[in-house]
Design a protein around this ligand. Structure first.
Ligand code: CA
Length: 233
């Protein structure tokens, strides 16, 4: 059962990954609702040539709306009770800025000058312990409670969205992934595979990431979105 969902629109520079939770395929429903609602809204704003500030507001508005819709549907349909989803949204704005909206533990990474940085922060119990210095990130990754979220869509009427922005550079590679990837592979393993792919086909790199996660146990759905900005030359 695949409870991940994703969306990509290269023309508008909008990329999303969501990882649903809840039994009876309800997680997939929640993930799809989030992707559709937020994807549509961001594409419309990009068509209106919205700049970074309205896009920030737009991500928050769309996530809040999707959150309420998921809650309302779960209240109406008993087999959807308890469904929820993560959401990681990336928008590449032509002025040379990236914007990320984050809820949950799907992740956005950036590979630049051979260095892989995790741009988002997981909203999980183990991440809170990392922040307190009680666990290392590597211990957190393999911790039995690593999947316990502190934030998601579909849990409460209020949802807090982390917003991150930064400058784009030619050759930047962005990676969005569900925890089916980051839970199975270390950042170093991810970096090596993306680096190898960065010189060739991105599609092959995405496939290699999924295959590597499956080899490590593949205990979960694995979703990977890779985006590369063209080099200047
Ligand atoms: Ca997952």
């Amino acid at each position: 059962m695949n409870e991940d969902a994703w969306f990509t629109d290269d023309a508008r520079g909008v990329y999303l990954v969501a990882d649903g939770m809840g039994g009876h395929a309800a997680g997939e429903v929640a993930a799809r609702m989030a992707i559709e609602r937020v994807g549509e809204h961001l594409c419309r704003l990009r068509d209106e040539r919205a700049s970074v500030e309205p896009l920030k507001t737009g991500i928050v508005d769309a996530v809040e709306r999707a959150n309420l819709e998921i809650l309302q549907r779960a209240a109406r349909e008993p087999d959807k009770r308890g469904m929820g989803t993560t959401l990681t949204a990336l928008v590449l704005v032509p002025e040379g800025t990236y914007l990320i909206g984050q809820v949950g533990d799907s992740r956005a990474y950036r590979l630049r000058s051979q260095q892989l940085d995790q741009l988002t922060k997981d909203h999980t119990v183990v991440q809170e312990r990392v922040d307190l210095g009680l666990l290392t990130p590597e211990q957190a990754r393999i911790h039995p409670l690593s999947h316990i979220l502190t934030r998601a869509l579909g849990i409460e009427p209020d949802v807090e969205v982390d917003l991150l922005t930064g400058a784009l550079e030619p050759g930047d590679v962005f990676l969005l992934a569900s925890d089916g990837l980051s839970g199975m592979l270390s950042d170093e393993e991810i970096r090596e595979i993306v680096m190898r792919g960065g010189r060739g086909s991105l599609g092959a790199a995405a496939q290699a990431l999924v295959e590597a996660a499956k080899r490590e146990g593949g205990l979960d759905n694995v979703t990977v979105v890779l985006v590369k900005l063209l080099d200047e030359d």
